[in-house]
Ligand binder design. Structure first.
Ligand SMILES: [Zn+2]
Length: 140
């Protein structure tokens, strides 16, 4: 950790964990260590800078999701959590724990079939969980 190597993009390594579980009880955990996040968002949020930080965190998380959806989907035959048909996509629900001493993103993922109805229903279910535990938009 030398300050002589500091650049405009001062990044910290993060851990990205996807836990994917489906209708048949299959569950698999994927852990990735190759990602980094700007130091500026790896801290407790200052309420006055929350919006700006939030945009950065959401953008980081959507990049993580995109980078690994295919890998998770192809790891095995998953079944849609709503209707039990073979899944064609994975719906992610990443949560930021970037403020911890070991910055991480925890992602609870659900396989989904091609049906828009199932897609909507899974998204709504995640939104419900988030509001119940008081975690709007993936922020602990
Ligand atoms: Zn379905």
């Amino acid at each position: 950790m030398s300050s002589s190597t500091s650049t405009i993009n001062n990044n910290r390594p993060i851990e990205y964990t996807i836990t994917c579980s489906d209708a048949t009880g299959q569950q698999e955990k994927f852990i990735f260590h190759q990602h980094t996040a700007p130091v500026s968002i790896c801290q407790q949020f200052n309420p006055s800078s929350l919006n700006q930080t939030k945009i950065q965190v959401v953008s980081l998380m959507s990049g993580l999701v995109k980078a690994h959806t295919k890998e998770v989907l192809q790891a095995r035959t998953w079944y849609c959590v709503e209707c039990n048909q073979p899944a064609t996509t994975i719906i992610h629900n990443p949560m930021s724990y970037l403020h911890l001493s070991k910055p991480q993103v925890i992602d609870l993922a659900s396989p989904c079939c091609a049906s828009k109805i199932c897609d909507k229903s899974i998204q709504a279910h995640f939104a419900e969980i988030m509001s119940e535990v008081g975690v709007p938009n993936g922020f602990p």
